[in-house]
Design a protein around this ligand. Structure first.
Ligand code: PRX
Length: 660
């Protein structure tokens, strides 16, 4: 049974324990329903009330939602604020200056702590350094950094001066860096010499040098380099400057740049169904509001909590639940540089024990890999650690199969911690469909019900509601404050991707299939409906991987599909036609490896296909269209039962059954 089927047929229900309900900010289903009702009755008013209560404004807004340029919606547009002020200064003004903001847990296990006051000083000095380099409000700044306090400082410093950051995950290639610099027209890159992962030092700066050298990056005037390891690092005279030198002598005080609520806070590139990643643009005011509210309602964050989100700042989860949300709530959070399996698979549990983590947020792939590791190395099993500090667990990025959910619930949460399975996307800014821990009865594998004020629904291909119990397209029927504002430089693509006319032009199309339980209305996400794969919770476009493959001189044609994988959720399977004759088995292995490394260099190691199969051709219809459905069946190892009579070349199917 596939994990999606088993999610849909799940019948176990876990109501929240009384103790959890009693203390929760949103306590009981009636409180949840009251919020939904309030949103229903006066939608713009609901969000305006919350924006006034939870965000500090330099200049209050007078209007909540502006739909006049739909689907380019605006929220709180005449209000002015600064996101970094909301994350730092206002906590200090509230007496939290000496509270630990960040506990940095380095790859090797070294710990350093930094208070809100200290963090503000670091952000202010770095913000002044950026200004001294000529960087100003509205400029785009690429951040290509390892998990570090400095990564958070760099993002916060951009926010402080109104520069727009675009973080690129440290696992992406030089070419990805180049493409993002070009698309964003970035004026500066902030990077580090190396990164530390699993006990190894891995160079980072060369990818910036190589990316810029690929050309078309003339917009870059400055590269600021943080010294993480002190390893060898080439510095380009007149362009590159060490972090230490850039901040030396800078003032500890930097007046925040007060920006309009709609001022872009960041761009974050993500995969879509075409070859080119899209620069998802987020706002300042609406985004911050959702980051704060979801911290308070989904994670039920309390003043004494230690919060730990294991994501990387290169992904949206790291933006909302490391850099912005926890700090805007004055929380203490862990910033973790390492990997879950170093020095062994007990690392997460040891870190929770060491820092008495209360709220822990991670991805199903990590849980699945640790289940497996714990079977092979019993000392790393969570039962060997004191995890009694945990109060709430979270899951994000991909569907969690009920087996992994139960293991997480019992072994990590001691059968007492609610699991919030949070469905959301780079484009949504924060949680969209999620349990609230003190209210929602949990069902393993279901992300349950929409966050209050989120008009999630399931429709057919014409945009009409489908009945509960039937599958369809996941949409959001009303704009919400943290939603994507546009695709940077491509407003048409924004409209086409998210508000397609087939669906009426006014529904936000998430790109996922979903269904609601016939009785409870609980949502289950069934996976992407477009050519986007989800590998270990990382979003990859099949077209991006195909473009990378066909750019290799050996390759004539390539098609990429996903197939289910027990560990990574989905695995990448590439069908390749070479320019040369079909290789022998031995040759095939060698070329497959070469192609994997090629894709690793073009995009990043996470995009390397797990399976590669060679054929003299791809299965095509007589009109030349690749039959992807067949490829998906082949990838899964299924018998082909579909009608293949329209195939131009049925004989090809046999060739494509075997992995190289
Ligand atoms: O397919 C859904 C899946 O991840 C996609 C969004 O990926 P990305 O923009 O990289 O953001 C990931 C982190 C928010 C969605 O379209 N997804 C995300 N969370 C879940 C999920 N699928 C099922 N359950 C989830 N909780």
């Amino acid at each position: 049974m596939s994990s999606i089927e088993s999610n849909v047929t799940e019948t176990r229900v876990f109501p929240p324990a009384d103790a959890v309900v009693k203390k929760a900010t949103i306590s009981g289903m009636a409180a949840y329903e009251a919020l939904c009702k309030e949103a229903d009755q006066d939608y713009a008013g609901f969000w305006a009330r919350l924006a006034r209560e939870h965000v500090s404004w330099k200049q209050p807004f007078t209007k909540s939602l502006d739909e006049s340029k739909a689907p380019f919606y605006e929220w709180f547009a005449d209000g002015k604020l600064n996101v970094s002020y909301n994350c730092l200064d206002r906590n200090i003004e509230a007496g939290l200056g000496d509270k630990v903001a960040i506990i940095f847990e380095a790859d090797g296990g070294q710990v350093s702590k930094i208070t809100y006051k200290e963090l503000l000083v670091r952000v202010a000095r770095f913000a002044n350094a950026l200004k001294a380099q000529g960087i100003k409000k509205g400029d785009r700044v690429l951040i290509y950094m390892p998990m570090s306090v400095e990564g958070v400082v760099a993002m916060q410093a951009c926010a402080r001066i109104g520069a727009i950051h675009s973080v690129v995950f440290g696992g992406f290639s030089a070419k990805s860096v180049q493409e993002r610099i070009q698309d964003a027209g970035a004026v500066a890159v902030i990077t580090s010499d190396e990164q530390c992962r699993g006990g190894k030092n891995i160079p980072l700066k060369p990818a910036v040098d190589d990316g810029i050298a690929m050309g078309g990056c003339e917009s870059i005037k400055t590269v600021i380099v943080f010294k993480r390891t002190g390893g060898p690092c080439n510095m380009v005279a007149g362009r590159d400057i060490w972090w230490e030198d850039a901040t030396a002598g800078q003032s500890d005080v930097c007046e925040p740049e007060w920006v309009g609520a709609e001022h872009p806070l960041f761009l974050l590139y993500t995969s879509g169904s075409t070859g080119k990643p899209k620069g998802v643009q987020h706002s300042s005011g609406g985004y911050l509001l959702h980051a704060i509210l979801t911290m308070k309602w989904t994670f039920d964050i309390k003043p004494d909590d230690v919060f730990w989100c294991t994501a990387d700042i290169g992904w949206v989860t790291g933006h909302t639940y490391i850099t912005y949300g926890p700090l805007a709530c004055g929380a203490t959070e862990i910033v973790f540089e390492g990997v879950p399996t170093y020095p062994d698979a007990g690392r997460f549990w040891k870190t929770i024990e060491k820092h008495k983590v209360n709220i822990f947020y991670t991805a199903p792939t990590a849980i699945r890999s640790l289940i497996k590791a714990g079977e092979n190395a019993p000392t790393t099993h969570p039962k060997n650690f004191d995890l009694s500090s945990l109060r709430i667990l979270g899951s994000v990025g991909e569907p969690i199969n009920p087996e992994a959910w139960m293991w997480y619930y019992n072994n990590v949460g001691g059968a007492r911690c609610p699991i919030v399975d949070t469905f959301w996307q780079t484009e949504t800014g924060g949680h969209m469909i999620t349990p609230l821990p003190g209210a929602t009865p949990l069902v393993p594998g279901s992300c349950t019900l929409p966050f209050p004020g989120i008009a999630a629904a399931i429709v057919d291909e014409t945009g009409n509601d489908v009945e509960w119990g039937k599958g369809g397209f996941l949409v959001v029927k009303k704009p919400w404050p943290a939603m994507i504002r546009t695709i940077y430089g491509d407003p048409e693509r924004y409209k086409k991707s998210y508000f397609p006319v087939d669906f009426g032009g006014n529904l936000y199309l998430a790109g996922d299939g979903a269904m609601r339980d016939a009785k409870t209305g609980y949502f289950t996400i069934m996976g992407r409906i477009d050519d986007v794969l989800n590998v270990s919770g990382h979003r990859m476009g099949t077209m991006e991987i195909e473009s990378a493959l066909v750019s290799n001189p050996l390759v004539a044609e390539a098609a990429v599909v996903g197939r289910p994988d027990d560990l990574t959720g989905e695995a990448i399977c590439a069908f390749v036609v070479l320019k040369q004759a079909r290789p022998t088995a031995e040759e095939a292995k060698k070329i497959a490896n070469e192609l994997r490394n090629w894709v690793g260099k073009e995009i990043g190691p996470i995009a390397k296909p797990k399976d590669i199969r060679f054929g003299e051709n791809l299965p095509k219809t007589r009109s030349g269209k690749i039959m992807r459905r067949l490829l998906r069946s082949l990838a899964k190892g299924e018998e082909i039962t579909q009608d293949v009579s329209t195939l131009e070349n049925p004989g090809i199917l046999d060739q494509l059954k075997q992995n190289a």
